[in-house]
Ligand binder design. Sequence first.
Ligand code: PA5
Length: 425
Amino acid sequence: MVKVDLSGAGSFFTAAGPDYALAGLAHETLSSRSGLGAEFTGWLELPQRVRETELEGILAAASLIRSRSKALVVIGIGGSYLGARGAIELLKPIPGPGDPRVFFVGNGLSPDALGDTLEQLGDADFDVNVISKSGTTLEPAVSFRIFRELLQKKYGAEADAHIFATTDANKGVLKSLAQAHGWTSFVVPDDVGGRFSVLSAVGLLPMAVAGIDIVRVLDAAEAEFKAMDLRSPENPAWQYAAARQHLYGKGYGVEILGCYEPSFRFMAEWWKQLYGESEGKDGKGIFPASVEFTADLHSMGQFIQSGPRMLMESVVRFTQSRRTCPFPVEEENADGLNYLAGRDLADICHVAADAVRDAHVSGGVPNIVIEVPRRDEEGFAALVCFFELACAISGYMSGVNPFNQPGVEAYKKNMFRMLGKPGAV
Ligand code: PA5
């Protein structure tokens, strides 16, 4: 399990402190499937379910793609791509020899971004994993048509064998197309919403293609969900959910998630969607933002330290680095850095993180530390399970349905009408 350290938040709490009793009730509401959106809580069992159903197929598809292609083009938006991208950038920032490159498209409508990907792809052999639960989202659908055409030009009659569709089990345009063309298909389960789907084929197939050990991820995730069923204020998910709701009640309406590993950037994007879409509704919600440390201390540090006091800060810290980097001694010491000589960069980074926490706390920013041992499959699984569970608990504590996203439809309605989609009003 991750460890949550609230010592940098304690001085901002009222005497009563975070409401762990309410966190416990919210946890019970979730596990008894008696709350709003209970029909979308299947993510709690995804690790076991995937092992019993699609794991073999996912591994077989990944090994086929790895053996024949230099690239996988993943087409999806929101929950249909952020988890996989977060995992791959966190765990495999540099592809190993033999790892196909994984490109993410269909997460916007920029012709430049699409063209850049096509240019990078060149004439490399590639496969496509199109991911859309509804099967009707415009952004991925537009990219998919373009990449299908490319596949047809490149592989002719074999094009269909290069398409892997991850979509609803029974309905939607993508499902119908997959059936009609015989594409290898995987399922986004009915009871799992996009932003909670990273431990299904949605996240697992791209991760496996990138060379991530998804069996390790699933094993760790199953153990994590079990461990976090703990009904006590010792549960890190309760601690995080209750602390942020307590601080929200005191006027801290923005949460910045920071990390000292640049490879965490897309995990933070995944987290923003998870919390933003789950909590931001009914006129309520903590606005999720992200920062990359130490880089952003030189851009956002001023605002964090002394701007309006509405920020709470959560920082993910990996206790062990993957690499070592001892800082060299230099006889002349012309740069005056010999006071650091002999120390490892990891140690210097940890000290910097402590210094930043103390500075921000003294500047009026409550600080929550989320500690993870390593940047590996187990660490990734621990973060996913922790953030998902805490998100559901936090959402129920604030009285919203954490599993719907009615607000996302507003722009779609306008866009379809303005683009002239038949039947759009
Ligand atoms: O969390 C969600 O449900 C959404 O963010 C979806 O993942 C996103 O809108 C993409 O939808 P779809 O997978 O249906 O294309």
